[in-house]
Design a protein around this ligand. Structure first.
Ligand SMILES: C[S@@+](CC[C@H](N)C(=O)[O-])C[C@H]1O[C@@H](n2cnc3c(N)ncnc32)[C@H](O)[C@@H]1O
Length: 256
């Protein structure tokens, strides 16, 4: 009985907190989204794929002595920021797919900064160290996930580390000022269409000011239509659920 009362009072506290955070309609939408994800995850092919990815995530953590696994809904994090309502749940990039996708870029990595917008516990940042980027940046909104990523970076014990300059920031990705270098902008489905549209605009503005090589790598590219419908990005590659676009000079009005 006592256990039941404790569970019920925990539920009421969480329910009140969620109402305060999302409002009634927002909470309804979040719940509907969760049910849709759960229903989709029940399909046998999706279940097999998820279990393979979870296995790889556990192996990654064990191999490198880090903590990047798990699925965390934004309401489980104490993010106190207006853009939290646009956030998508935490789940690290699949290591195999990440390596394949970044490996297809035929670039001189030493000229590029890799930026993970919504870096979570830092798995993509750690994986990016396998490539000789000039610098790697991770931008994460949640303080808890940012702290875990910092700890992971300290503990990461890989033999392959081709980039020593890694910066982790706890900040809103859309407010991050883009550096003037060549960029690989990485998004592992971090937020909804509202913020993705702002990111597309930010990158386009930065490119128009200073045309250079900018790649937009979008894992689980749910809002890929935003880039497809923009004149400023050319779709160049699709690897499973990862799509890659490049900012193009011609569309920025500079001629090809
Ligand atoms: C799917 S996880 C991606 C984790 C990581 N990039 C990886 O590939 O392993 C998305 C992350 O984006 C973060 N996020 C959501 N909205 C954000 C925002 N406005 N600014 C920065 N991070 C954000 C979430 O907290 C979550 O950790």
């Amino acid at each position: 009985m006592r256990r039941f009362i404790r569970i019920l009072s925990n539920f009421i506290v969480k329910f009140r907190r969620a109402i305060k955070r999302h409002g009634i309609i927002g909470l309804f939408l979040v719940t509907a989204e969760r049910i849709a994800v759960l229903a989709n995850n029940l399909r046998p092919s999706i279940r097999r794929e998820i279990s393979m990815r979870e296995k790889r995530a556990a192996e990654f953590d064990l191999q490198y002595g880090v903590d990047t696994a798990g699925f965390i809904h934004p309401t489980e994090l104490s993010i106190n920021h207006p853009n939290q309502v646009h956030a998508v749940s935490y789940r690290g990039s699949d290591s195999e797919l990440f390596r394949k996708a970044i490996g297809t870029l035929s670039i001189d990595h030493r000229r590029f900064i890799f930026i993970d917008f919504g870096s979570g516990k830092g798995r993509a940042v750690l994986l990016a160290k396998e490539f000789p980027f000039k610098k790697i940046v991770g931008v994460e909104l949640s303080k808890e996930l940012h702290a875990i990523a910092q700890d992971n970076l300290k503990r990461f014990c890989s033999q392959i580390s081709r980039c020593g300059d890694v910066e982790l920031l706890c900040a809103d990705a859309v407010a991050y000022p883009l550096p003037d270098d060549c960029l690989v902008c990485y998004f592992c489905n971090p937020f909804d269409a509202t913020l993705m549209a702002r990111m597309v605009l930010n990158i386009h503005e930065s490119f128009s000011r200073n045309p250079r090589e900018i790649f937009f790598v979008y894992y689980n590219a749910k809002e890929g239509h935003l880039l497809d419908s923009s004149d400023f990005f050319k779709s160049i590659e699709t690897i499973g659920s990862v799509r890659i676009w490049q900012a193009t000079q011609s569309s920025a009005g500079f001629g090809e």
